[in-house]
Design a protein around this ligand. Structure first.
Ligand code: DOR
Length: 457
């Protein structure tokens, strides 16, 4: 993997002949895109007009030039579980997955619940200098659900949202106050919607499969009831709630209804809730399929996809949750919840949702870039001239097989091993700098160079 060149780019960069797909403007055309001083300068037929001495040129013919993907739900485990992931390894995984920004949750150890902790995550991300790391801070101190954090200070330190993700905010009164404070500072509260009494001791979705396996179930109502509460609190306070990792049909319907009533809600799902069901647990007993909220039924999968199609679900995020091999290689009830996903998210979305005929390419890219940028109120998600030059260059037709041994992540808890996917990021560009080039592109570049020097000899 190529490392980032940390010097500020003084030369322009011309991406020549790509298919520019910008869901923010509806643009979908073959054109050139010029980057200068870290921003998109121009889009159009530019190559004749650009001074090649002042500009590096990359031929992206046959590739899609998309706004940089933003993964607004990841767990990077630093501080606390650096054996599972660090900000550095997570950054490498992110850019390999085409992610120009990632949003790590606050359930580190200790939790990211004060200014020092938020600054640490941000600064470490900057030092690594690959993708942008935009931290979420905790809603409650130590994520204990008892006392609110100092939200003003956390925002001042650079938190882009607050969430106790990993655990719910059990008290409706605390959640109400969190929403009120977050509104004052213009950030969303990200809701991990789970009623802990209904989900207690649960191992997987409650239904026919859990009954037949004799595993304690988590009913969809554990999610739906908390989604319902948080929508009602968002309506009461006029604040913005973002519902994380939606897995259940009932949640999609509740969010759709709330949006129709004008409640300030955005929502997200993850690739696994669009592709996997509880049946896969019965088939394999793979602990990498154990996740919270749990994989549900085919009916839920259909409803989640429908939610992405009609925009009820604004965002696709990976919920990348690394766990060690030792902790996952145990019997199902003893395993922790979570699966990694930053390096497979784009491939799964393209293969199953775009090539699978559910979403247009523009819709999929919207859920992966514009949606999260809007939900977080951050720059990005468009290729309009003047916008920051965060871009993901994609080979839509590239076939590959998921092999976690090749991942940049430190963890291997991937449920998609062996899946044949079509579509892969080729280049990841952050602030106008190429921070990742896929090995395929590097090999192609070397062959082209060798040909050029042979010609000149
Ligand atoms: O499966 C999950 N794993 N769900 C969460 O909410 C937390 C995450 C983790 O941190 O491992």
């Amino acid at each position: 993997m190529r490392e980032m060149n940390t010097e500020k780019r003084t030369k322009g960069l011309l991406l020549k002949g790509g298919r520019i797909v910008d869901p923010a403007t509806g643009r979908d055309e073959v054109a050139d895109l010029l980057i200068e001083a870290g921003r998109v300068k121009d889009v159009g037929k530019l190559s004749a007009a650009v001074d090649s001495d002042r500009c590096e040129m990359i031929d992206v013919t046959g590739l899609v030039v998309a706004p940089g993907l933003i993964d607004m739900h990841v767990h990077l485990r630093e501080p606390g579980r650096e054996d599972e992931e660090t900000i550095e390894s997570g950054s490498h995984a992110a850019v390999k997955g085409g992610l120009t920004a990632v949003v790590p949750m606050a359930n580190t150890n200790p939790p990211t619940d004060d200014q020092t902790a938020v600054r640490f995550v941000r600064e470490r991300g900057r030092e690594v200098g690959l993708t942008r790391i935009l931290p979420v801070a905790a809603v409650t101190k130590q994520q204990e659900g008892k006392e609110l954090t100092e939200i003003a200070e956390l925002v001042d330190a650079g938190a882009v949202a607050i969430s106790d993700d990993g655990v719910p905010v059990r008290s409706a009164e605390l959640m109400r106050r969190a929403l009120e404070y977050a509104k004052m500072f213009g950030i969303p509260v990200i809701s991990h919607a789970e009623d802990p009494d209904l989900s207690a001791d649960g191992q997987m979705h409650e239904g026919l499969v859990s009954t037949s396996l004799g595993l304690h179930g988590i009913p969809a109502a554990a999610e739906e009831s908390m989604v319902s509460r948080d929508l009602i609190l968002a309506r009461l306070t006029g604040s913005h709630v973002h519902i994380a990792h939606v897995s259940a049909k009932g949640s999609v319907e509740l969010i759709r209804g709330a949006k129709a009533q004008g409640v300030r809600v955005t929502a997200e799902t993850a690739p696994h809730y669009c592709t996997l069901t509880d049946e896969s647990i019965a088939e394999t007993f793979d602990t990498n399929l154990k996740v919270n909220p749990p994989l549900r039924t085919q009916e839920d999968v259909q409803a989640v996809i429908k939610g992405l199609v009609d925009g009820t679900l604004d965002v696709i995020a990976s919920d990348h949750a690394p766990h060690s091999i030792a902790e996952k290689e145990v019997e199902f009830p003893a395993a922790p919840c979570g699966m990694i996903g930053m390096e497979t998210m784009l491939g799964i979305v393209l293969t199953k949702l775009v090539h699978g005929g559910h979403l247009s390419l523009s819709q999929a890219l919207a859920r992966l870039s514009l949606g999260p940028a809007s939900a977080l109120g951050i720059e990005g998600g468009t290729l309009e001239p003047g916008s920051p030059a965060h871009l993901t260059i994609i080979d839509l037709g590239k076939e590959w097989v998921v092999d976690p041994s090749t991942f940049a992540s430190k963890s291997r808890n991937c449920p998609f091993t062996g899946w044949r996917l079509t579509g892969l990021p080729m280049l990841t560009i952050v602030d106008g700098r190429v921070v990742y080039t896929s090995p395929d592109r590097e090999a192609r570049g070397q062959r082209a160079k060798a040909r050029a020097s042979a010609k000149n000899r």
